[in-house]
Design a protein around this ligand. Structure first.
Ligand SMILES: CCCCCCCCCCCCCCCC(=O)SCCNC(=O)CCNC(=O)[C@H](O)C(C)(C)COP(=O)(O)OP(=O)(O)OC[C@H]1O[C@@H](n2cnc3c(N)ncnc32)[C@H](O)[C@@H]1OP(=O)(O)O
Length: 196
């Protein structure tokens, strides 16, 4: 089941943005990236080279799931991602629910970092294959109101061998407010090197 499709908890803004990007995807310039509760069941073949404990994940497959999806509808991470191949960038529309509260009425910085890491990670994954985050720097410019809808724009800035340098920003739907901006380094995993 694709959890990145509209559900009753999505606000009007969230549905509007989703419909806008689905419309943009009709000519193939954008692609909606589906999101499943436990990605590993679909990716177990791709990742077992790099994650020898994948068999452990396989045994626990019913529990292992993509972290930003494990709350009931509307309470946590409601989001959908769209990728533009030509521009090598990914847009994530994100509505953070009440279980992600940090300061009263605002999103927790760790929840914001999770969506930044996932959006940058998806961009890096598409550009570079199986990658992991090596470095993530975030400037939190304005607090993000709980349950509001924001747009995360992420792109690949530079690739040097196995190193992918990416950046992103988080803006309000009307683009008037810059909430956060981040830079990161993702490293493409080397099958000859053990991770642990
Ligand atoms: C993936 C599974 C998919 C399946 C489902 C798909 C779901 C899709 C969801 C969306 C996607 C989410 C994606 C989440 C991504 C995480 O959240 S990953 C979790 C957080 N990150 C980690 O746990 C990684 C921990 N670190 C490591 O394992 C290792 O340090 C790394 C990053 C793999 C690099 O190790 P390595 O391969 O041995 O490479 P190493 O030689 O150390 O470094 C290579 C180069 O990078 C440089 N470098 C390394 N680290 C740094 C650093 N911190 N600062 C600066 N330079 C550095 C080195 O200096 C070196 O540079 P050069 O000498 O070549 O110029």
């Amino acid at each position: 089941m694709d959890l990145s499709l509209p559900n009753p908890s999505w606000s009007k803004d969230m549905r509007l943005l989703f419909d806008q990007f689905m419309k943009k995807s009709e000519d193939g310039s954008w692609k909606h990236l589906p999101s499943y509760k436990n990605k590993f069941s679909r990716r177990i073949e791709d990742i077992k080279v790099f994650f020898p404990d994948a068999k452990l994940i396989k045994e626990k497959i019913s529990q292992a799931q993509l972290f930003p999806r494990n709350f009931e509808e509307g309470l946590g991470f409601e989001y959908a991602m769209f990728h533009n191949h030509a521009e090598d960038r990914t847009v994530c529309i994100f509505q953070g629910g009440p279980y992600l509260q940090g300061a009263p009425g605002f999103l927790h910085g760790g929840a914001i970092a999770t969506m930044i890491d996932s959006t940058l990670g998806m961009t890096a994954l598409i550009a570079g294959g199986i990658v992991m985050t090596a470095n993530l720097n975030i400037n939190f410019k304005r607090p993000i109101p709980l349950c509001s809808v924001v747009v995360i724009n992420s792109q690949v800035d530079k690739v040097e061998g196995r190193k992918l340098f990416l950046s992103c920003n988080i803006r309000s739907v009307d683009e008037q407010t810059l909430y956060s901006e981040a830079t990161s380094l993702f490293v493409k995993l080397d099958p000859e090197k053990s991770l642990t």
